[in-house]
Design a protein around this ligand. Structure first.
Ligand SMILES: C[S@@+](CC[C@H](N)C(=O)[O-])C[C@H]1O[C@@H](n2cnc3c(N)ncnc32)[C@H](O)[C@@H]1O
Length: 215
């Protein structure tokens, strides 16, 4: 009997499920490597720096166990934070309660915000290494979800690994990609991270005029 010599096609859903399983395994195994419990200086500079915006509404994408969502709430921001993995959200709830911080924590997909109760508008979006692991076919939906929820002039502070940091063909982010994918936003800054592999801090700003005319 003949056997097909091609492997079965990996569907987009398979790809999403593989990413979700890998993330869930990290949380199940204990403290994942990224969970430092320390708010990065780049977020501190934005929130507490000399030209810091007044606290407004913030949405964190891929909040993990909630270190930075709690930090934002403690600095006067009204925070909604989303993560795909329920055990991360459970830990984030415990962290927020222990800190006496009010954060709306939601388990869900940052690329499917319409399925969650996160109507916006938001003044600040924060993404620490979430977007760069999202399969490419979901990234337009991620950008559209943020764009629809962005107040005029809203900022997106994103940390991401460059594609060279991964040995798979789907992960990583570049400045060129963000410029193309986030139509109606301006990439204000790209600064290298301090990791041994290529990493970047990006700051994007939603074009105020376009945000107003979209509504
Ligand atoms: C590298 S971890 C960083 C977590 C957290 N920001 C921190 O600094 O500890 C990336 C996080 O994004 C979450 N994530 C990945 N894809 C996601 C998606 N599509 N929607 C929501 N969260 C997602 C993961 O579950 C994980 O908690």
């Amino acid at each position: 009997m003949d056997h097909p010599d091609t492997a079965p096609a990996v569907t987009e859903r398979d790809q999403e499920e593989a990413v979700r399983r890998e993330l869930a395994d990290y949380y199940r195994a204990g403290e994942p490597p990224w969970d430092t419990g320390v708010t990065p200086p780049e977020l501190v500079a934005l929130v507490e720096g000399h030209d810091a915006p007044l606290p407004g509404r913030a949405l964190e994408l891929g909040c993990g166990t909630g270190t930075n969502a709690v930090y934002l709430a403690r600095h006067g921001w009204e925070v909604v934070a989303v993560d795909l993995i329920d055990s991360a959200i459970e830990q984030a709830r415990e962290k927020a309660a222990a800190a006496g911080a009010t954060v709306r924590l939601l388990c869900g997909d940052a690329t499917r915000l319409d399925e969650l109760d996160v109507p916006g508008l938001y003044d600040l979006f924060f993404d620490l290494s979430c977007y760069c692991g999202i399969p490419p076919h979901r990234r337009d939906a991620y950008a559209a979800g943020l764009t629809r929820r962005a107040a005029p002039g809203a900022r997106l502070l994103m940390f991401g690994y460059g594609p060279e940091a991964f040995d798979d063909p789907i992960s990583g982010v570049t400045a060129d990609e963000l410029r193309t994918r986030f139509a109606g936003w301006e990439l204000l800054e790209t600064a290298p991270g301090t990791n041994p592999v290529p990493t970047f801090w990006f700051v994007l700003r939603r074009n105020a005029q376009e945000a107003r005319t979209d509504r």
